[in-house]
Write a protein that binds this ligand. Structure first.
Ligand SMILES: NC(=O)c1ccc[n+]([C@@H]2O[C@H](COP(=O)([O-])OP(=O)(O)OC[C@H]3O[C@@H](n4cnc5c(N)ncnc54)[C@H](O)[C@@H]3O)[C@@H](O)[C@H]2O)c1
Length: 449
């Protein structure tokens, strides 16, 4: 058996993710070739600042990264910027080639062809796609490539977020998946979640559908942007960005693209209609059309304004008037009663037992979320903790859906969820019928579906 190590890597594409992944690898001592497209209309004899301008800009992006700490000069010195045309020879002795170019199948496949011609045939080859099928990227390249190829989906920013989704293809050598799992865990400090090659894998599948439920419910029931974010943040064990501020952070255009690509890819998922909820779809389309894309364009669901005292205020979009509303700091009785309960699971159980507008929203939000999680097993993964870990490591949730469900009571909630139109997968009922009442037992061992 060959023993593997990652001494040298090549990162192809030096944009947001490529520069972050290069920085991560350099920070653990790996020599990184950072390649990108050659300067437009440049020729090989042009100076590097013209010919390899894109990768040099990527290196500057890596230099500008602040969290968790700026790279040292020694670490930056391990990143060698170049371009695909002049420096493909650098691929010959790298242990891992990571492709991180734009999310387009034709471009990723064309680049893979060049990689295969230039790289060591035993090198690990991976793609950092957000949602293109791994199988369609490597299709037709033959078994030698298939065995060495897989998806490595880092989350942004790659040095900060713990989640790494690994997506082996049908042909991927299990030894490579095992090696990368151990390497990413022990050397890169990642939390690895193995995913099936299904649309948007795990993290972004939930991001899209659970967010879509919140937006659809809010528009149908007249909850404001500010209310939804107040209710879907730290109150329920999630980051302060809640739902709509997270969209502003990711980019409303990016979220729209993800939804547009996901919808036709999941014809058998009954929840997909949430993505095309008419009012929500119209709202997103108008925001994109008007260039209100979120943080990168200065406004989206939020607009930061200054009050009379010169202090920053977060104003929120009114979907009806398309104007921004000043902070209302609305108070809910359920939140006043239970918001300070320390344990997240207990707090959720108490909140969901109340009857005010906030509690009804949170009840429906969780009923959808938990029933949806049950329905996605074993389609997207056979492991319940893979789904919980993706939510915790990729999105900083305190608890994953199956941990939340344990806290709410599995057997107790099934009839109410189903009566309200949130079907629970048969395997959950089988588990309960077998006498087991929680997904995780007292030793933290997870139920095997
Ligand atoms: N940004 C995120 O939050 C995020 C998170 C996870 C995964 N991803 C995925 O990572 C990949 C890169 O995303 P990003 O955000 O870094 O994008 P980006 O736009 O910042 O960078 C894209 C890179 O692709 C290169 N490129 C453009 N056209 C090309 C072509 N014709 N041939 C070869 N290279 C070309 C660009 O020069 C640039 O280096 C995408 O597949 C994306 O879906 C992004």
């Amino acid at each position: 058996m060959m023993s593997r190590a990652i001494r040298k890597a090549a990162v192809l594409g030096s944009g947001t993710m490529g520069s972050g992944i290069a920085a991560l690898l350099a920070s653990v001592g790996v020599e990184v070739a950072l390649l990108d497209i050659p300067g437009k209309e440049s020729v090989p004899s042009d100076p590097p600042e013209v010919r390899s301008a894109a990768a040099l800009a990527g290196l500057e992006r890596a230099r500008a990264l602040k969290a968790p700490a700026p790279l040292t000069d020694a670490e930056l010195g391990r990143i060698r910027p170049g371009n695909f045309d002049d420096h493909s020879g650098w691929l010959a002795d790298v242990d891992w080639v990571i492709e991180v170019v734009v999310e387009r199948l034709d471009i990723k496949r064309a680049l893979l062809e060049r990689v295969v011609a230039a790289a060591n045939p035993v090198a690990i080859l991976s793609t950092n796609t957000s949602g293109l099928p791994i199988a369609s990227i490597s299709a037709g390249f033959g078994p030698q490539v298939g065995q060495h190829f897989l998806g490595t989906h880092f989350f942004n920013p790659p040095r900060v977020l713990k989640l790494l989704e690994l997506i082996p293809g049908a042909e991927t050598d299990p030894a490579i998946t095992a090696f990368l799992t151990a390497y990413a865990t022990n050397v890169l400090g990642k939390g690895v979640v193995l995913c099936n090659d299904t649309p948007n894998f795990i993290g972004n599948r939930f991001l899209t559908l659970v967010g879509a439920q919140a937006a659809a419910y809010a528009l149908d029931h007249g909850l404001t942007v500010e209310e939804v974010d107040a209710l879907t943040g730290p109150l329920i064990g999630r980051p302060r960005t809640g739902t709509f501020r997270l969209y502003d952070l990711i980019g409303i255009d990016v979220m729209s693209d993800i939804g547009r690509n996901l919808y036709p890819a999941i014809p058998n998922d009954p929840a997909r209609d949430l993505i095309q909820h008419p009012a929500a779809a119209a709202l997103f389309a108008r925001l994109v059309q008007e260039g209100r894309l979120g943080n990168k364009s200065g406004r989206g669901f939020y607009e930061v304004r200054k009050n009379a005292a010169g202090e920053k205020e977060f104003w929120t979009l009114d979907p009806a008037s398309f104007d921004y509303l000043p902070p209302a700091n609305s108070a809910f009785e359920s939140v006043r009663k239970h918001g300070a309960v320390e344990d997240t699971g207990t707090r959720l159980r108490l909140l969901l037992s109340e009857k005010d507008r906030a509690a009804r929203f949170l009840w429906h939000h969780h009923a959808f979320y938990l029933s949806y999680a049950s329905q996605r097993v074993p389609e997207i993964t056979g492991s319940l903790d893979a789904i919980d870990n993706a939510q915790k490591w990729g999105f900083n949730h305190a608890l994953g859906p199956f941990e939340i469900w344990d806290a709410l009571g599995v057997a107790e909630t099934i009839p109410a969820f189903e009566a309200a139109g949130y079907p629970v997968a048969a395997w959950v009922k089988t588990m309960v019928a077998s006498g087991r009442s929680t997904f995780y037992d007292a030793d933290g061992e997870v139920y095997k579906v």
